[in-house]
Design a binder for this molecule. Structure first.
Ligand code: SF4
Length: 292
């Protein structure tokens, strides 16, 4: 580590990579290669790292991602049970029916854990890259669900409205996403050259913008359905000199890898746990920038 750490009040979001593969091959996926060699993958080691992070930041957000968290419900239960109730918990999933898991199994799991799960983020794209479970399962989930949709290069614009209508019928909000491997500090807030922003303006009513150094969200209303267009940088550390004259590594995301190893960025940088115990907190800089 080159600089002392700073993060937002409450602590950086901790993203847990589960050991299980998803069985899909999305063209924009940056995680797929990590699942090719499963040597060292360990639920026990992940749970140890969850406890380490809970001890340092007892109110940070946790996100399960993969791979596929729902590929093994028993182990997901063990990891979920390790997180105390002081944290918000999000699960990124395609909501798959795999390894013999049925719709009833998923519904029972969600019902049992509804007090622990803040929101399940289900991937449903304009172009089908993943094996999808039936939409009716999304409608029946007994927890908050948000639909994530990556609008990948040259997406079929003509499918945008039918897609929004399809999800709208399920009563769930949609988060459209830029392919974040293409995000830069220069294009993060750019609207003039942003095709997705322009396409959404044609079909929905723009209602405002929130954002911070790292990410932003353009908000839209489509006949009462909430749409967000989310952009984020492909890394999660910003180096900045504070008013105290000290140069800090400002952390937005911390990762628990499938081996339990802790990283301070998506770029392969390991977290200095001892240094993070002395992290300096700042107010979260995510704020409304514009409201229409
Ligand atoms: S479902 Fe998720 S983890 Fe699997 S290939 Fe697609 S983006 Fe990657």
């Amino acid at each position: 580590m080159s600089n002392p750490y700073k993060t937002r009040a409450g602590g950086a979001t901790v993203t847990i990579f589960v050991p299980y593969d998803c069985g899909n091959n999305c063209p924009f996926c940056v995680n797929k290669k990590e699942y090719a060699d499963m040597t060292g993958f360990s639920v026990k080691a992940i749970c140890h790292s969850i406890r380490v992070m809970d001890a340092i930041t007892p109110c940070c957000d946790f996100v399960f991602t993969g791979g596929e968290p729902f590929a093994d419900l028993q182990d997901l239960q063990i990891m979920l049970d390790t997180i105390p109730r002081t944290h918000k918990v999000y699960i990124n999933t395609t909501l798959p029916l795999m390894n013999g898991v049925t719709e009833d199994d998923i519904l029972a799991f969600a019902e049992k854990n509804k007090d622990k799960i803040t929101c399940i983020n289900v991937s449903r794209h304009l172009v089908k890259y993943v094996v999808e479970s039936d939409d009716s399962l999304i409608a029946r989930m007994p927890v908050p669900v948000r639909i994530n949709c990556v609008l990948f290069r040259n997406y079929p614009k003509e499918k945008l409205v039918p897609y929004i209508e399809r999800i709208r019928a399920l009563g769930r909000p949609i988060q459209f996403r830029f392919d974040y491997t293409d995000t830069t500090p220069e294009n993060l807030y750019d609207r003039d050259h942003d095709t997705i922003y322009r396409d959404l303006c044609e079909v929905a009513t723009y209602t405002g913008l929130d954002g911070c150094r790292m990410r932003c969200g353009f908000h839209f209303d489509y006949h009462g359905t909430e749409l967000t267009y989310h952009k984020t940088l492909p890394y999660s550390t910003i180096v900045e000199t504070g008013e105290d004259g000290v140069t800090y590594d400002i952390l937005y995301d911390i990762l628990i890898k499938q081996t339990g190893e802790l990283h301070s960025d998506w770029t392969g940088v390991k977290l200095d746990v001892k240094a993070y115990r002395n992290v300096v907190f700042e107010p979260y800089d995510l704020r409304w920038i514009e409201k229409v």
